[in-house]
Ligand binder design. Structure first.
Ligand code: EPZ
Length: 427
C-alpha cells in the first residue's frame, strides 16, 4: 500500500469543485440493473468504489462504458445471477445488487459482505425486508441466495434502525415487483435516498416519500432508458470545509447543495467559522482558534457519521473540551490512536470520545484505517507542525476524486508514493 508525505503548517486558501456523490452513484448503479435498456449517468465520480461497482455490472452481463464522469450501462446478454466474493469483499455496497438481480431474473446469489474497520456491518435488515417482499433467503458458505417465491400484494417493512443501505436495497427491489405495494417505515432520510427515488422514477418507477421516514413503492412491470445526473457529494464538501477551517484559512467550496450540509454548517458556525452561503457555493474562513463544541452523530438530518473523524481533527486543536458521541457505527474511532500519535489529547470510552484541545498537532508517521479516517489524517498532516507520513493511504481514493490535485490547488503540499500494487491503479 502507498503513502502520502504531507508538509504541515499549511493555511489552505482558494476554490475547490465538488464531485458527484459516491453514496448516490453506488445505489443508482445497482438500481440500473432493473432496466434492460441503456442508462446514462452523469457527474459520476471516478473513484475506486465506483470502479468496483462497474466491475460487478460487467461480471453479471452488462456493458459499462465510463468516459470521464459519464457512465453508460446497457444490457449485454442474459444476466448471470451470481456475484463473486472477491468483488463483494472489496466494497460492501455491492451487496445491494442482490435484490435487483433477483427481481429481474427470479433469483440471485451474492457473497455476504465482510465487516470493516468501522464496525460489524450486518445485513439482517436487508434480508428480513426481502423476505417480506416475497423472496426466500438462504445463507450458506458465505453466500446469500435470494429466490422470488410469490407475489405479495402489500408489504410493510419497519426497519429497526434507519439503515441507508437497507432502505436503498428494498426500495430498489420493490420498484420492479409489479402488483406489489410496499411501505418502508423508519426509512433512512439521506439526500442520496431522494436521489435514488428520483432516478427510479425517471426510469418509470413509482416511488414516493424519500427524504421522510415513510417510503411507498408501487411495483412496475418495466423500467425505461434514462439519462440522469448524480447529486454533489455532501461528505466530500464537508471534508474540504473542515480542512479549510482547521488550517485557519479561507476558501470557496463549489458545486454543492448547501441544504444537504445544514447540521455540519451549524456546528462550524458554533466553532467560530465565518460562513457565506450561496445557491451552489459555500465560502468559509476561520481566523480565530476554533471553539470546542459537542458533536453527536445520527442518521440524516443529524450530524453525519462520515464527517466525524474530520471534525475530530478540527476539535483536537480547539480551545476547550469537546464530547463526540458516535451513534451510527459505535466503534468508528480507529483514527483516535493515530491522532494521539500526532499529539492530540483524546480519550475514548465506548461510543464517546472526549477531545481536549491542544495548541498544535505534531507531524508523525500514521496509518490510514478506512476512508474517512484517512481523510481526517490528511487534514491533520496539513495543519500539524512538521511533516506527516500516512501509510495505507489508498483508502482515500475510494471516496475523494482527484484528492491530491484538489488539496494542492488549495495550497497543500502532498507527495503520493504509490505502493507496489498501486502502480497500475485505474483512475
Ligand atoms: C451507508 O452505509 C454509507 N455507505 C456509509 O458511508 C455511511 O457511513 C452509512 O450509510 C451511514 O450514513 C454508502 O452509502 C455506500 P447503514 P450503510 O446501513 O448503508 C446497522 C462512507 O464513508 N445495520 O445506514 O452500510 C449498521 O451496522 C461510508 O462513504 C444493521 O444492524 O450504513 C450500522 O450500525 C462509510 N443491520 C447502522 O445500521 C443491517 O442490515 C447504519 O448502517 C444494516 C445496517
Amino acid at each position: 500500500m502507498g503513502k502520502f508525505v504531507v508538509q504541515g503548517d499549511t493555511v489552505l486558501e482558494g476554490e475547490v469543485k465538488i464531485s458527484g456523490a459516491k453514496n448516490a452513484a453506488l445505489p443508482i448503479m445497482a438500481a440500473s440493473i432493473l432496466c434492460d435498456e441503456e442508462v446514462v449517468l452523469e457527474n459520476v465520480p471516478r473513484l475506486q468504489d465506483v470502479f468496483v461497482m462497474k466491475d460487478i455490472l460487467l461480471s453479471i452481463g452488462f456493458n459499462v462504458i465510463f468516459d470521464k464522469n459519464t457512465l453508460i450501462v446497457s444490457r449485454a446478454k442474459d444476466i448471470s445471477c451470481e456475484v463473486p466474493y472477491e468483488l463483494v469483499r472489496k466494497m460492501r455496497a455491492s451487496f445491494n445488487v442482490l435484490g435487483p438481480i433477483a427481481a429481474r431474473a427470479g433469483k440471485a446469489r451474492v457473497a455476504l459482505p465482510g465487516g470493516c474497520s468501522i464496525g460489524v456491518r450486518p445485513v439482517d435488515f436487508h434480508l428480513e425486508g426481502l423476505k417480506k417482499l416475497g423472496f426466500s433467503i438462504k445463507v450458506e458458505h458465505g453466500f446469500v441466495e435470494a429466490t422470488f417465491e410469490k407475489r405479495v400484494e402489500h408489504a410493510t417493512i419497519t426497519l429497526p434502525f434507519p439503515s441507508v443501505g437497507a432502505t436503498e436495497h428494498l426500495m430498489t427491489t420493490a420498484s420492479l415487483l409489479e402488483g406489489t405495494h410496499t411501505i418502508i417505515e423508519n426509512a433512512a432520510m439521506e439526500p442520496e435516498i431522494v436521489d435514488l427515488q428520483n432516478f427510479l422514477n425517471a426510469m418509470g418507477g413509482n416511488v414516493k416519500g424519500a427524504g421522510t421516514s415513510r417510503i411507498e413503492v408501487e411495483g412496475v412491470k418495466k423500467m425505461n432508458s434514462v439519462r440522469y445526473r448524480i447529486i454533489p457529494d455532501r461528505i466530500e464538501a464537508g471534508t474540504y470545509l473542515i480542512a479549510i477551517a482547521a488550517s485557519g484559512g479561507m476558501g470557496a467550496v463549489k458545486n454543492v447543495i448547501p441544504s444537504h450540509l445544514a447540521n455540519p454548517l451549524g456546528k462550524l458556525e458554533q466553532i467560530g467559522a465565518d460562513l457565506r452561503i450561496y445557491k451552489d457555493t459555500i465560502e468559509i474562513s476561520m481566523e480565530k482558534r476554533p471553539k470546542s463544541v459537542d458533536i453527536t452523530t445520527n442518521p440524516y438530518p443529524g450530524f453525519p457519521t462520515d464527517l466525524q473523524p474530520q471534525m475530530m481533527v478540527l476539535l483536537s486543536i480547539a480551545n476547550g473540551v469537546s464530547v463526540i458521541t458516535e451513534n451510527v457505527f459505535k466503534t468508528r474511532f480507529l483514527h483516535v490512536d493515530e491522532l494521539k500519535r500526532m499529539g492530540a489529547d483524546i480519550e475514548v470510552s465506548g461510543n464517546v470520545a472526549i477531545v481536549r484541545g491542544v495548541k498544535k498537532l505534531s507531524g508523525a508517521p500514521v496509518e490510514g484505517t478506512d476512508l474517512r479516517a484517512t481523510a481526517a489524517l490528511l487534514i491533520a498532516g496539513i495543519i500539524a507542525e512538521g511533516s506527516t507520513e500516512i501509510s495505507n493511504v489508498e483508502h482515500i481514493f475510494r471516496g475523494y476524486e482527484n484528492v491530491v490535485e484538489k488539496f494542492e490547488n488549495l495550497g497543500a503540499r502532498i507527495e503520493y508514493v504509490p505502493g507496489e500494487t498501486e502502480k497500475n491503479r485505474e483512475n
